[in-house]
Design a protein around this ligand. Structure first.
Ligand code: HEM
Ligand code: HEM
Length: 179
C-alpha cells in the first residue's frame, strides 16, 4: 500500500463519512458503500472525478479538494473496509437479474456479468471491481451512466450497458445488491 490508512481515516471521518458511512456502509442508496474495492480501482475513480472524465457534481467537488497524497491515503483506508451483506430490496426482480448476471442475454449479446465480476460478485482485484452488496440504485445509475455515455465511460461497460434495457438494468442491479 502506498497510502497511510490512518491519515486516510481522518479525512474520511471528517469529509466523506457523511455520505459513504463511517464504517463504509452508506445508508442513502445513491451513495456507494465502500466494499473493500482495491486501492487501484478507487484511485482511478477519484482521479477520473478530478479530471472530469467521470462526471458527478458532488464527487467532482470532493476530488478537487484532495491532493495526490490524500487520494492515496483515503483509498488505502477505504480498501480495508469490509463489505456488509445486503438483501436485495425487490426480490421480484431476482429471476431476471440472476439470469443476466450468470448467463447474459444471448439475443442482444449481453455477456454474463460473472465472467468478469465473479459468481459471488467479488470481482478480480485490480482488473474488475467488486460489485456484491452494493446499493441497487447506485448500480442501476452506473449502468445507465455507461449507457448514456456522458457521465461515465468505459469501453467494456459502455458497450455492455448500451445493449441492456431499463428493465434488465434494474433487475440485475437488484440481484447484485443481494450478492
Ligand atoms: C462516489 C470517494 C465524499 C457522494 C464515490 C467514489 C469514490 C468516492 C471513490 C466512486 C465509487 C466507486 O467507484 O466505488 C469519496 C471520498 C470522499 C467522498 C474519498 C471524501 C473526501 C462524498 C460526499 C458525498 C459523496 C461528502 C455526498 C455529499 C458520492 C456519490 C457517489 C460517490 C453520490 C456516486 C457518484 C456516481 O453516481 O457516479 N465517492 N467520496 N461522496 N460519492 Fe463520494
Ligand atoms: C464496472 C456492472 C459485465 C468489466 C462495472 C460497474 C458496474 C458493472 C455496476 C461499476 C462498479 C462501481 O461503480 O462500483 C456489470 C453488469 C454486467 C457486467 C451488470 C453484466 C450485464 C462485465 C463484463 C466485464 C466487465 C463481462 C469484462 C469483460 C468491467 C470493468 C469495470 C466494470 C473493467 C470498471 C470500469 C471503470 O473503471 O469505470 N460493471 N458489469 N463487466 N465492469 Fe462490469
Amino acid at each position: 500500500s502506498k497510502g497511510d490508512p490512518v491519515k486516510g481515516k481522518q479525512i474520511v471521518d471528517t469529509v466523506c463519512a457523511a455520505c459513504h458511512g463511517a464504517d463504509g456502509n452508506s445508508v442513502a442508496s445513491a451513495n456507494p458503500t465502500r466494499r473493500g474495492n482495491t486501492e487501484a480501482y478507487l484511485l482511478t475513480q477519484l482521479k477520473n472525478f478530478k479530471a472530469g472524465t467521470r462526471n458527478n457534481p458532488t464527487m467532482m467537488g470532493m476530488a478537487a479538494t484532495l491532493s495526490d497524497a490524500d487520494m492515496l491515503n483515503v483509498t488505502a483506508y477505504f480498501s480495508q473496509q469490509k463489505p456488509k451483506a445486503r438483501e436485495a430490496s425487490d426480490k421480484t426482480q431476482m429471476p431476471l437479474g440472476k439470469k443476466i448476471y450468470q448467463a447474459g442475454n444471448s439475443y442482444t449479446h449481453v455477456p454474463a456479468c460473472m465472467a468478469c465480476h465473479g459468481p459471488a460478485g467479488k470481482g478480480i482485484p485490480d482488473q474488475f471491481p467488486r460489485l456484491g452488496s452494493q446499493h441497487a440504485a447506485y448500480i442501476a445509475k452506473q449502468l445507465n451512466d455507461f449507457k448514456v455515455g456522458t457521465a461515465r465511460k468505459n469501453p467494456t461497460m459502455s458497450d455492455i450497458a448500451s445493449r441492456m434495457s431499463d428493465a434488465e438494468m434494474k433487475a440485475v442491479a437488484e440481484y447484485i445488491s443481494g450478492l
